[in-house]
Design a protein around this ligand. Sequence first.
Ligand code: SF4
Length: 363
Amino acid sequence: MSGEAEARLWLGRIRALPPGPPVAIMNVCGGHERSLSMLGLRALLPEGVRIIPGPGCPVCVCPEEDLADAIALAMAGGVTLVAFGDMLRVPINAPKGEVASLAAARAAGADVRPIAAPQDAVAIARAAPSRPVVFFVAGFETTTAPVAAMLAEGVPDNLSVLLAARLTWPAVAMLLAEEDNALDALVAPGHVATVMGAEEWRFVAERHALPVAVAGFSAESLLAAIYSVLRQKREGRAFLDNCYPELVRPEGNPTARRLLDEVMEVTDAAWRGIGVIPRSGFALREGWRVHDARARHVIAAPPRRRAGEMPPGCDCASVVLGRRQPDQCRLYGRACTPRHPVGPCMVSDEGACHIWWQAGIRA
Ligand code: SF4
């Protein structure tokens, strides 16, 4: 059966479910949000079924302090700073005249280079062995596992990492623990589950009695997951379903998990605009600190006046937490567009504001 035929099949099943009270389903993956928005899937769902974008954008929650450290390192000179392309345009709250992004640091003459994969960082370090190279890493488990593999395989002495890596599930756990949360079900992230395993999301059903289904990125996989959680909801049940079995195993990818565990430890970590979420970040284990940029370099970032916050007027933190839709921000499409982004949710390809704007959703 073609993907389109399968998508139609799942849509038919969704529409054939008995009607019920409104349902709010959260997704926590920029890739899911992209498929849902770009394919216009929301408009096809029955009335009363809402799909809410949640914490699915690691660039959006990268703490301002870490970004300021990366900018300070680059501006101090003497190092090459590499980062995934999205990070370069993310703005911090800097006083007028101060460099407020890695892109601005680059324009001011700092050696800042966008990369697409950890191997690019290794290649840049190998090409100039006497020059320190710092890899600024902001990402979820899917980004962090390849970085752990990179370090475990062995990297040039001149390469270090500035980590701002986060785990996805603790943010969801924090949201679900809030008494007034209005969520009825979760579509769990297929990419993250490929690495960490579907079982990581069982807590949603067992601790919170909410339906949960792991989904891939195609329309048919997303619609299958939406059908699963809607059906569970209508039948008064809550269990973990895996609607991406072709890639997601219950235990995930054992090699990736082993390398992650070998190289990194889980720590409490700050999320921009949200605050500290317990055990939601990665740090290098003791044996790997020789590659920790913070241990190797003196980082003299100016003290932040509004540490941890989003730019003034930006509702990105509320968008990340699913409390506001992108088009409910008063800057959306006015002061804030992909050409002139105010907040990280409009910068990143995984940010809900950027995705909604690209999908043609206007305030
Ligand atoms: Fe922030 Fe721009 Fe999104 Fe508003 S539209 S929440 S300013 S990123």
